[in-house]
Design a protein around this ligand. Sequence first.
Ligand code: DSN
Length: 426
Amino acid sequence: MDISRLKAVDPEIAECVQDEIQRQCSTLELIASENHVSRAVLQAMGSVLTDKYAEGYPHKRYYCGNENVDRIESICIERAKALFGAEHANVQPHSGTTANLAVYLAALAPGQKIMGMDLAHGGHLSHGMRLNASGRNYTCSSYGVREDTETLDMDQVRKTVLDAKPDMLVCGASAYPREIDFKGFAEIAHEAGALLLADIAHIAGLVVAGVHPSPLPEANFVTTTNHKTLRGPRGGIILCKQDWAKKINSAVFPGLQGGPLEHVIAAKAVAFAEAKRPEFADYARAIVANAQALAGELQQRDWRLVSGGTDNHMMLLDLRSRLPEVSGHVAADWLAAAGIVANKNMIPFDPRPPMQASGIRLGTPALTSRGMGPAEMTQVAELIDTVLTAAGDTDVIARVRGTVADVCRQFPIPADGDAASAAADA
Ligand code: DSN
């Protein structure tokens, strides 16, 4: 990535950017919600579109001079609709949380009832966590996984939902390694007289590739971020039927946001076009194949995975299976020191508090974007196992760090400028 001008003008920030490029190039990114975008996405995002104010929607703006961003946002909307098979798309939300808050604002009055998946079982802050605006402005409760299977039991979910009678049922998760039964959720929402919001932030790339069932058209609202398995820029979108379009649009603007980030909307449009290509379906299938390969290799090394494996792009390793005294917080730091970047994560019914946690969440979207396959997953599992088994031994961490650097050199990320070998940079 060329940052020569930035270096000349602001060497302090240029150094930070350069260091981040170096960090990404030399570490293995296993945070399940992160990815490496293509250079086309980066270029759209790093463009003069950032200069433009465009409050409103295409051809109905408050300021003049929007003829080009109108084209961009209209293209982005049409691409989003075609990609997901939606009647309406709002591409302005700055994030997934904002997208969810806009849905609540459009469809609920303050104090009405939301039910989402328990945060401690894999849900998300914006699905009703008490400190989040969702939890503060609405009456929130949750459903969770079964303790014995660590999966969603739709009969149990149905009973919990019918007992609570929420106005809005939210499905979708941040840390759930299994397929989500969107049809089942739609039936339950219908029976309970609730609206259904499906938040597919984590699995959007798998959904558009047909690797995970889609919540459209059953869900009233579908939200997603663009930057996880979908491999686009940071930000969110909302999809819905035409009859909700007006309310959703006015909830996003002027309800929650001011000027949209048209440079990010341009990058979303680029990512949606990339995700429509046949190669993207191969990529999404490879993400899941890699996750299942990594999961299998870890299990062979006697690490217990929540729910016994994965159907998607992520898994949750239960440290208690081999290191009962070690928290996710400590283990994630050991891995990071070795160049393996993951996050601590609560496991269902975790006895530890969230900032300690007993699990590590691992995801394969970013490694798959670098062109890695099952053979590399075996190696990554071995490296993870070596670091954890050595329980923080600094010599072992240093040795693994060297191997990680070698693997990273073989699989450069798109932004490092090596076009020939950045396999995923379409
Ligand atoms: N922070 C995201 C994740 O890691 O899953 C969710 O917003």
